[in-house]
Design a protein around this ligand. Structure first.
Ligand SMILES: [Zn+2]
Length: 167
């Protein structure tokens, strides 16, 4: 079976971070070949598929998203990373496993959004913590690796979800 999944997007997530649109092509590139598992359990037998294709797609934001993130959506629009997972076995995509998705990502920088300080480093920039309290997020940059994609019940990225299943 082939399962299409929104792996992540460029909007702030529930962990107070977001990947700017410029980082998404690197995420898509590094997703190809990673294991699809459940609940971030890394045991090999939990692997139900492999990402065979991933791409960045523009999408239409909802009115709620436009209201919540006007600046991000005005400058970048809504962009999703869509992963296609090929599975030899038929996995039941059911609510107790979760049809939501989550990826584990390694990145080098936590950046103050909109800041032009010399640091590009939230730990050293005082404005970053202002940004975190006013905007509610910091930006993640310098994507190094993606370790896996999981099906989960509660995703960090609210819109990360299975969008299509082909037998
Ligand atoms: Zn800064």
């Amino acid at each position: 079976m082939k399962v299409s999944i929104i792996a992540t997007n460029n909007l702030p997530n529930r962990n107070m971070g977001r990947f700017p649109a410029a980082e998404l092509p690197a995420i898509a590139k590094k997703l190809v070949g990673v294991a699809a598992i459940v609940d971030h359990e890394a045991e090999y037998e939990e692997q139900w598929g492999t990402v065979v294709e991933a791409r960045v797609e523009r999408a239409e934001p909802t009115p709620e998203q436009l209201e919540a993130y006007p600046d991000v959506l005005r400058t970048e629009g809504l962009q999703n990373v869509v992963a296609v997972v090929q599975s030899k076995t038929q996995i039941e995509i059911v609510p107790d496993v979760g049809d939501h998705a989550s990826i584990t990502t390694a990145y080098t920088d936590l950046v103050c959004p909109g800041c032009t300080c010399e640091y590009r480093d939230a730990d050293r920039c005082k404005k970053a913590w202002e940004a975190l309290s006013t905007l509610g997020y910091l930006e993640r940059a310098g994507v190094q690796d993606i370790y896996e994609i999981s099906l989960v019940a509660v995703p960090a990225v609210p819109d990360a979800i299975v969008t299509n299943v082909e037998p």
